[in-house]
Ligand binder design. Structure first.
Ligand SMILES: NC(=O)c1ccc[n+]([C@@H]2O[C@H](COP(=O)([O-])OP(=O)(O)OC[C@H]3O[C@@H](n4cnc5c(N)ncnc54)[C@H](O)[C@@H]3O)[C@@H](O)[C@H]2O)c1
Length: 480
């Protein structure tokens, strides 16, 4: 029986391994982690991450051929294939600080594999890593090995949170990079055989190691670039009276452009886009490619601009101050159908409003108060470390309250901000919300999910990103 071990039971390691276990009943899959609480949650009733369909997959195979454990060394020693899916945060100190990937966790996993292995292994990079990481890992493993042979493969993960199970069941492609030697090709085939249990062969792409590593960074850079491109257009739409939704629809009909990822919003978030683009920028700079680095840097700058623009719009439309005013924040996760708040635009928007002394009442169907308070007080990049190494919960901020109902959040508020596109926000009783708010009552739709005309009929002053401006906002033009 083939044995797989995955180091890192996070958003990628957990769902990916659960799907492998489901689709390959004859393979034994162990997912290991240094975080005791995370493993306990994977073994309990309340899984550590919210992802539609995940619970069903886990309950079908847990205890059968899927195991979650903190006994890392045992499971690594027994495995034929070891996936590494640990955090690869942005460095906060030293060489490349603020851009380069911090490979501390990766390196410690590699050294541990070298220490405990007593049989040949295929080591698979699942984490997103800088180009040429495989070479560094290979060096650590071979310099520390006792007659043991390792093959390193790069198998970056393309799942999107919120649709992870669907993406894993039916991936656009699976990418496997390996050495172009007979041993490397054999290892590629072994991993291909795992995916071939459910992925059609023509969707399994094989490349050399560096192409696979770079393709993951490139894919995230291209996806984020589309969002920044449409967000840049949204600012121009507001200035000219065009409607960004109409523009997106019109350009998306061009088959060379396509309709997806063209929704204008308050900005992209999530654990990967910013981190991976910074990483790409750093690699370009290290290779002396300043122009290329600057090109990709701009994608992040436009994202920051979009978040600032949103905050400025709120403050300027409320007579240039939100001091002491209650503002309801609907949605805190970085997208719908996930409880993940890593790099969510809500953090920067809330911090911007708090900086202007607003009082925030926050509601998200999947995010806990503890998480929100931590996010609003954590330093940039601190979030991307194993949970038990993150700063402890700070004392709750008096300016922030977290509630479990959208109506409660909006009661007596001056304004409502939609920051996550949760479906339930589309069908709220906005008349009831309006009736219980202070007047003038504002809505700032950071995800373009609401019916602007209906809201205006109720009496709201509405701002919807990239849409023709309410006369109120035309008179209070925000300077970004
Ligand atoms: N989240 C996504 O949507 C996504 C998608 C594709 C790729 N990725 C990449 O996958 C990697 C993991 O991302 P994630 O979102 O799953 O992160 P995560 O923080 O949810 O999970 C990483 C896990 O690794 C554990 N860990 C760290 N060092 C360890 C060690 N030495 N031994 C055992 N466990 C260790 C941590 O405790 C944590 O539980 C990152 O490189 C990320 O860029 C993420």
């Amino acid at each position: 029986m083939v044995k797989i071990c995955c180091i890192g039971a996070g958003y990628v390691g957990g769902p990916t391994m659960a799907v492998i276990a489901l689709k390959c009943p004859k393979i034994e899959v162990a997912v290991v982690d240094i975080s005791v609480s995370r493993i306990a949650a994977w073994n309990g009733d309340q899984l550590p991450i919210y992802e539609p369909g995940l619970e069903d997959v886990v309950t079908q195979c847990r205890g059968r051929n899927l195991f979650f454990s903190t006994d890392i060394e045992k499971h690594v020693a027994e495995a034929d294939i070891v996936f590494v899916s640990v955090n690869t945060p942005t460095k906060t100190q030293g060489l490349g600080a603020g851009k380069a990937a911090d490979l501390t966790y990766w390196e410690s996993a590699a050294r541990m594999i070298a220490n405990v292995s007593n049989s040949n292994k295929i080591v698979v990079e699942k984490s997103t890593v800088p180009v040429k990481t495989a070479e560094a890992i290979e060096k650590i493993l071979t310099h520390n090995s006792r007659e043991i042979k390792y093959q390193i493969l790069s198998n970056p993960e393309f799942l999107a949170e919120g649709t992870a199970i669907q993406d894993l069941f039916n991936p656009d492609r699976v990418l496997i990079g390996g050495r172009e030697t007979p041993e490397g090709q054999k290892a590629i085939q072994a991993l291909k055989d795992v995916y071939a249990h459910w992925v059609p062969e023509d969707r399994i792409i094989t490349t050399n190691l560096w192409s696979a590593e770079l393709s993951k960074l490139a894919a995230n850079a291209f996806l984020a670039q589309r969002i920044s491109s449409v967000n840049a257009m949204s600012a121009l739409c507001e200035a000219t009276g065009a409607d960004v939704t109409q523009v997106s629809h019109a350009i998306g009909k061009d088959t060379r452009i396509g309709p997806r990822f063209l929704n204008s919003s308050v900005g992209f978030g999530g654990s990967c886009f910013q981190k991976d683009i910074l990483n790409l920028v750093y690699i370009c700079e290290c290779n002396g490619l300043t122009e290329v680095a600057n090109y990709w840097k701009q994608v992040i700058k436009v994202n920051d601009y979009q978040k600032n623009r949103f905050v400025n719009r709120i403050v300027s439309s409320m007579f240039n101050t939100v001091s002491g005013k209650k503002i309801a924040i609907l949605g805190f996760a970085f997208k719908k159908d996930t409880g993940d708040t890593r790099e969510t635009p809500a953090i920067d928007v809330c911090k911007g409003l708090l900086g202007d002394k607003a009082k925030l009442s926050i509601y998200d169907p999947q995010v806990t108060e503890d998480q929100i308070q931590r996010d609003l007080s954590m330093k940039k990049f601190d979030w991307d470390h194993p949970i038990h190494l993150q700063p402890m919960s700070p004392p709750a901020s008096k300016q922030v309250s977290v509630v479990w109902d959208a109506y409660q959040a909006a009661k007596d508020a001056h304004g409502v901000c939609i920051l996550t596109e949760w479906d339930e926000f589309k069908t709220l009783d906005y008349q009831k919300i309006f009736d219980n708010m202070r007047k003038p009552a504002y809505i700032f739709d950071g995800r373009n999910i609401l019916d602007v005309e209906k809201l205006r009929e109720i009496g709201f002053i509405v701002y919807s990103i990239g849409k023709p401006l309410d006369p109120w906002h035309k008179d209070t033009l925000a300077v970004a």
